[in-house]
Each structure stands twice: as structure tokens, then as C-alpha cells.
Design a protein around this ligand. Structure first.
Ligand code: SAM
Length: 430
């Protein structure tokens, strides 16, 4: 052996930009490139940058493989570094060349040339007696791949296994199911967390129970969006419901949830459900006046197909489609994330339903950026959902149904807004 290490510096160009911006695909390719060359992978750490680009390293027993990508240049710089003779880094190079569909230039350097450096009788103060892992006992590669939901200033990251359980680009969005270490499996649309197995009840229970407990006997309910199924699951806890019409624009979301999130998607086979794959905005526009007791808008952030779910026209149509005394509730974004949308939506609802007929709840959405999320309600009548409900009934219901978040005390408390939120919304006088 002439040198301690072999270092191949690789310039991959004309790569597939989408691959270079896909942290899961990059991590998987780098780990497999090492394993294909016979290296022993110890751990991997990969990060997805804002607005794009990935950086990561795979630590192997024989040293490391590292990468940084510039999708906008279709370029990736890769370092393949091995020590000893057991692993040929060119095998990893060949693997990555195919994985990134790349053209390349590459240069091998000998690192630590033994004609230059000499071994010393180094006696360390501390010697590692136990290896950090025991090959014979087998071990789990410690994979640090992060899914990050962010805007330009704030982010929420979940470490996940690196494996992609479901990944489809549909005409509307990218739908994925990934498995996190802290929150179980989660549904992501584009780079946004929609729901995780661990905390989805926060959102779905607060979306349904405060308004259902207040309305008391809503029978005919329209759900816009809600493709994961968590909202209809909560609605069907009420026996007095006659029919739920759910209009979800993207069948892939329903399919992904049915395949990978059984607890959340459990109610899709309910006999009182009519599931329509279509645009909820158009559906509400064409809806019969006064048809519904309750409309639940369980849509994603105001981009792509969900943009129209934050407009005056949409909520005017919702009001028309409601019975007198009925209500619409919608995910209202956050006073700490997308504040402008939060305030604008409130103003829009007040313009349509009247200032005193709009009520806002805040709840803990622990996997949405900022962790603080809102639900906004417009009532076609004088009912005040924070006070017009039977506390004992709500208590009995939440314990009988084993609810994990909603209870009779939280019902009222959720409408008690922090002072800064009150002042944010105070200007919205019509
Ligand atoms: N809890 C999530 C949130 O707050 O971001 C929402 C979850 S749910 C999965 C959002 C659903 O709304 C998605 O399945 C999306 O496809 C659907 N959606 C978006 N725009 C829609 C539209 N115009 N009509 C019907 N469904 C729509």
C-alpha cells in the first residue's frame, strides 16, 4: 500500500436536477454506492437545504463518502474516500454515475502517501476497547435523513429512516409517506407535513368535535379535502350523522393513506360516506343552496389546488350551501407561520358571515412549523361555538370515544386567544 487512503474527487454534471434535489434518493444512492463497493456503512447524515440542494455524508468503516448538490446547475461534487485496500471506491463511482444519470470528470488522489509520512509509536491516553458497533452482532445503520417543512425563515424537521414508503407526483402535487423516528409514519404533500401518526389527533379532533358538539345534531356534512381520512373518522364517531360527502381533489392522497396509515384512514369504508374525487371549489360552487349543516374545509396550504380554498368567492359559496344555523370550519394557517394568510382569511370570513359570527381556535399542531395552528369558523346564525355547547355531554363523549386531544375544558379554552393574536385579528372589523 503506497498511501493510507484513496480519494476520488468527482465532478458529476448534466445530472437529473430532480434527483439532485431529493434528499431521500441521494441518501439511498450514497448508502447503496458504499455497500455495492463492499464498504461497511456506519451512519449517514443528510440535509435538504432551502430552497434546494442536498448535502450529506456516509461514514463507512473504511472512511467516508460525501456529496453536495446544486440542482439548479445539474451539478454534484462528490468525494469518495477509502482507506486500506478492501474497498474499491471506483465501484461506488460507477454506481453513482448511473444513479445520477450524470456525465463526469474524476480524479484519484493518494492521501497520506507513505513516502511522505511516517508511522509513530503513538500511545493514546484512552483506547476504545469496545468497537462502536459489532459486525458479528449485526447493527442498524444510524441514518440521519431529515424531512424539512419550511418557509424562508422558519422550519420544522423530522428525522426519518430514509426509506420512502409512498412517493407519487400527481397532476396536483407530490404525495409521500415517510417513517419518522419520533412521530411514526407521516403523510407529506410537496414539502409540507400533512399529518403524523403521533399527533394527527390534535388536528382532526379539534377540526371536528368543538363544532359538532356545538351544533349538536349535524346530519348532512360536506368535507373539502381531508384525503388522509382523519376528519371523516372523527365525524363518524357521531351516530346522528346521516351522510358525509367528501370531495378530495387527489385520489393518490386517499390511496397513500389507505395503504400506509390504517388508523387515520379507517373510515373510508363507512356506508354513510360518499367520496368524490374532484375539485372542492367547483363542487361548492355547484352545491344546492342550504344543503349542509356543516362544511369542513380540511385543505392544505394556499398553494396549488388549495389556493382557491382561501378566497372570498369560495366562502360565499360555502355560506350559500349551508342551512341557516349551519357553520363552516377551515384550517386557518398560523398566527406564527403564514401570518398574513391567517389574518386575511379571518377578514374574509368576517366580511361574509359578520364580525361576531367568526370564531378562531388555536391548538398545538406539533408537526406544523411554529407548532401553533388555527381553525377558523364562520357561523350562518348566532350560535357561539365556544359557549353554546353542553359541557357534560362533551365530557361524556370525549371519554366514551377515548379521544386523545379534545375534551370539554379544551373546547372553551381553544377559543381563548393569546393577546397578540387578538390584536392581529382585531383590525378585521367589517
Ligand atoms: N392537515 C393538513 C393541513 O393542514 O395542511 C391538510 C390535510 S389534507 C391531506 C389536505 C387535502 O386537501 C389534500 O389531500 C389535498 O389534495 C386536498 N385539496 C387541496 N386542494 C383541494 C381542492 N381544491 N379540492 C379538494 N381537495 C383539495
Amino acid at each position: 500500500m503506497k498511501a493510507l487512503g484513496r480519494h476520488i474527487l468527482v465532478e458529476f454534471n448534466s445530472c437529473n436536477s430532480e434527483i439532485l434535489n431529493d434528499v431521500s434518493a441521494i441518501e439511498k444512492a450514497m448508502v447503496e454506492a458504499a455497500q455495492t463497493a463492499g464498504a461497511t456503512v456506519i451512519n449517514s447524515t443528510f440535509h435538504h437545504f432551502s430552497p434546494w440542494g442536498v448535502s450529506g455524508v456516509v461514514v463507512i468503516q473504511e472512511s467516508h463518502l460525501a456529496i453536495h448538490t446544486w440542482p439548479e446547475y445539474r451539478y454534484a461534487s462528490v468525494d469518495l474516500f477509502t482507506c486500506g485496500d478492501s474497498v474499491d471506491p471506483w465501484v461506488s463511482f460507477e454506481f453513482l454515475k448511473k444513479a445520477f444519470q450524470a456525465n463526469y470528470s474524476a480524479l484519484e488522489l493518494n492521501r497520506g502517501s507513505l513516502s511522505v509520512i511516517e508511522k509513530t509509536d503513538f500511545k493514546p491516553n484512552t483506547i476504545r476497547t469496545e468497537p462502536s458497533f459489532d459486525l458479528k452482532k449485526g447493527y442498524q445503520i444510524d441514518r440521519n435523513v431529515w424531512f424539512t417543512d419550511k418557509d424562508e425563515n422558519q422550519a420544522l424537521s423530522l428525522r426519518y429512516t430514509g426509506d420512502v414508503l409512498f412517493d407519487e407526483k400527481t397532476p396536483y402535487q407530490r404525495v409521500r409517506v415517510l417513517e419518522s423516528f419520533s412521530h411514526g409514519k407521516f403523510l407529506a404533500i410537496n414539502n409540507m407535513v400533512m399529518c403524523t401518526e403521533r399527533d394527527e389527533a390534535h388536528y382532526h379532533e379539534m377540526m371536528v368535535h368543538p363544532i359538532m358538539q356545538s351544533l349538536g345534531d349535524a346530519k348532512n356534512i360536506l368535507v373539502i379535502g381531508g384525503g388522509d381520512g382523519g376528519t371523516i373518522r372523527e365525524i363518524f364517531r357521531y351516530d346522528h350523522v346521516n351522510k358525509v360527502t367528501m370531495v378530495e381533489i387527489d385520489e393518490a392522497v386517499v390511496r397513500a393513506s389507505k395503504e400506509h396509515l390504517p388508523k387515520i384512514s379507517a373510515a373510508f369504508s363507512h356506508p354513510k360516506l360518499e367520496l368524490i374525487i374532484g375539485d372542492g371549489i367547483q363542487f361548492v360552487k355547484d352545491a344546492k343552496p342550504g344543503a349542509y349543516d356543516l362544511i369542513i374545509v380540511d385543505g392544505s396550504d394556499p398553494i396549488g389546488p388549495a389556493k382557491g380554498l382561501f378566497t372570498t368567492e369560495f366562502y360565499e359559496n360555502c355560506k350559500k350551501a349551508l342551512k341557516d344555523g349551519g357553520a363552516v370550519i377551515t384550517q386557518g394557517e398560523s398566527p406564527m407561520f403564514h401570518e398574513t394568510t391567517f389574518v386575511e382569511l379571518n377578514k374574509c370570513l368576517k366580511g361574509i358571515f359578520g364580525k361576531d359570527q367568526v370564531h378562531t381556535m388555536i391548538f398545538h399542531a406539533t408537526t406544523y412549523p411554529s407548532g401553533m395552528w388555527s381553525l377558523q369558523i364562520g357561523v350562518k346564525g348566532s350560535r357561539h361555538p365556544a359557549v353554546d355547547f353542553d359541557k357534560n355531554k362533551a365530557q361524556a363523549f370525549s371519554s366514551a370515544k377515548g379521544l386523545r386531544y379534545y375534551n370539554e375544558d379544551l373546547h372553551a379554552a381553544a377559543f381563548a386567544l393569546p393577546t397578540f393574536v387578538k390584536s392581529m385579528l382585531a383590525e378585521n372589523k367589517n
